[in-house]
Design a protein around this ligand. Structure first.
Ligand SMILES: [Zn+2]
Ligand SMILES: [Zn+2]
Length: 392
């Protein structure tokens, strides 16, 4: 699968920073980029700098009063009460100076990725600064101010008339993107996440299937807490394969949140690096099979910024550029470990894959696997009904 790939990045993406102790930490962009450079897998000429999204572009999805509220909250002197109406200034999404501009850089990055594909002859584009999937039309939520993926999707709809399949493998439900296109039959959303029973944002049940003309174009696979690699991958493979064949997109956009790993401090899934090897591999295959290669990938969650995110996100770029096989059988470069170990509170990994001894045996393993199997089957019901005449 040959294709031309571009890596969207500039220092401005690091300015999206709430405060010192906030779990959302863009240091992970630096550690990831450094790992790729150290491997020789990323070169200066692969990188395109993002542009700043314009206000009109933000308004493709967000309401004017919300964008005005973000701008107002960005000026440090006004931490007024209006902010909380818009989900700003909360513990999860605190206001910070220049937040409007910082968030606009991340949106601009995903729009740059789109233009590289539709206008500049690239097949694949990666913007690890994007993936802020909880941003709502008129409200900030869950560390997300502007929703870069939603804006990029609407931009692709309007400018390039593309049918878009959005695939979200973050451990949290991709709610912002789902709700933005809930009634749109030309945008299909698929989210695999830890069940919302105990985890933010609480939505993402199989019964959220879209509304009006968009009914049947929203898919959710809520997985049990403590789900392990094998069951996670079984559900992913089944869901992505069936949904792609059913929807036949012109372009895919994948959200690559790296918070499903056992080490992640905010979630309760038990996956290892194995799933982060498989996630982009299958997405890549789908892109070539249905979309003439058109694949935009963005980042997302990921709160173990030392042991998990650099490896997981490197694997997306390595897959896009067909370099995975030449890298993953060797240890993680010692020079990268030496450079970052003093900053990391945990011992940095020396290999690409994890040993299963990192977590204890899961007593409910079988039960969890069975439940997940039933969930994915139920999630895909509209497909089986419409195309396969399988009695239900
Ligand atoms: Zn390719
Ligand atoms: Zn997440």
């Amino acid at each position: 699968m040959t294709g031309k790939a571009v890596f969207v990045y500039s220092q401005e993406q690091l300015s999206y920073r709430f405060n010192e102790n906030h779990p959302f930490n863009q240091k992970r962009l630096e550690t990831t980029n450094d790992l790729l450079f150290t491997l020789g897998a990323l070169k200066e000429e692969d990188i395109v700098k993002p542009r700043l999204a314009t206000e009109d572009e933000l308004l493709l999805v967000h309401t004017r009063d919300y964008v005005e509220a973000v701008k107002k909250a960005s000026s440090s002197q006004s931490q007024a009460s209006f902010a909380s109406t818009y989900g700003l200034g909360t513990e999860d999404t605190p206001s910070f100076p220049s937040m409007h501009e910082a968030a606009s850089w991340l949106v601009g990055g995903t729009l740059t990725a789109v233009d590289c594909i539709f206008n500049k002859g690239y097949d694949h584009a990666l913007n690890l600064g994007g993936g802020l999937h909880h941003g709502f039309k008129g409200k900030a939520s869950g560390f997300c101010i502007y929703n870069d993926s939603s804006i990029a999707i609407e931009y692709m709809r309007k400018k390039y008339d593309a049918r878009v399949l959005y695939i979200d493998t973050d451990a949290h439900h991709g709610d912002g993107v789902q709700w933005a296109f809930y009634d749109d039959p030309n945008v299909c959303t698929l989210s695999l996440h830890e069940t919302g029973r105990y985890l933010f944002p609480g939505t993402g049940s199989v019964s959220e299937r879209g509304s009006g003309e968009g009914y049947g174009y929203s898919f959710n696979v809520p997985l049990e807490a403590f789900t392990e690699d094998e069951s996670w991958l079984q559900c992913y493979e089944k869901a992505i394969t069936e949904v792609a064949e059913y929807f036949r997109p012109d372009v895919i956009i994948t959200q690559n949140g790296a918070d499903s790993h056992f080490y992640d401090p905010l979630t309760h899934l038990c996956s290892t690096m194995k799933i982060f090897h498989e996630i982009p591999r299958l997405a890549h295959k789908i892109a070539h099979q249905y979309c003439e290669g058109r694949w935009i990938a963005v980042g997302g969650g990921g709160y173990d910024i030392w042991r998990v995110v650099p490896r997981a996100w490197s694997l997306v770029w390595l897959e896009m550029t067909n370099q995975t096989e030449s890298v993953i059988h060797s240890p993680i470069p010692k020079s990268w470990i030496d450079r970052w170990q003093t900053s990391s509170p945990e011992k940095l990994p020396e290999t690409w894959f994890d040993d299963y001894s990192i977590y204890p045996d899961i007593p409910r393993k079988k039960e969890i696997e069975k439940k997940n199997e039933r969930t994915v089957q139920k999630a895909l019901e509209p497909i089986f009904k419409q195309h396969k005449n399988v009695p239900l």
